[in-house]
Write a protein that binds this ligand. Structure first.
Ligand code: FES
Length: 110
């Protein structure tokens, strides 16, 4: 059972980068990197800042505040100070729209 909802137009995404949106009340960073579209919770696991304001490179997004990087596929931090994964969500492109299912994260964050 999936619950995809419209997150943003595909055209809103930079070639490499993120946009912050809210899907069903959940902050989501919709990210394009290396031709792939990803959806990751738009709150760093280290402090309450938006990951969508950070840089995107090589399939990772970097928190602008302290520099932790998170793998866009797994949500796993690849560098300190964050040690807890960030939820990542199923995402698909439907025509001109990006759809995200915020109710069924792909990873566990415990
Ligand atoms: S708030 Fe993101 S690494 Fe510190």
């Amino acid at each position: 059972m999936t619950d995809y909802q419209r997150a943003c137009p595909l055209a809103d995404l930079p070639e490499t980068g993120a946009v912050g949106v809210v899907v069903d009340g959940v902050p989501v960073a919709v990210v394009r990197s290396e031709g792939q579209v990803h959806a990751i919770h738009d709150v760093c696991s280290h402090a309450e800042v938006a990951l969508s304001e950070g840089d995107v490179e090589d399939g990772e997004i970097e928190c602008w505040l302290h520099g932790s990087r998170f793998d866009l596929t797994s949500g796993t931090p690849t560098g300190l100070p964050a040690t807890t994964p960030v939820p990542v969500y199923p995402v698909k492109v439907d025509g001109d729209d990006v759809l995200v299912d915020v109710h069924h994260p792909l990873n566990t964050t415990d």
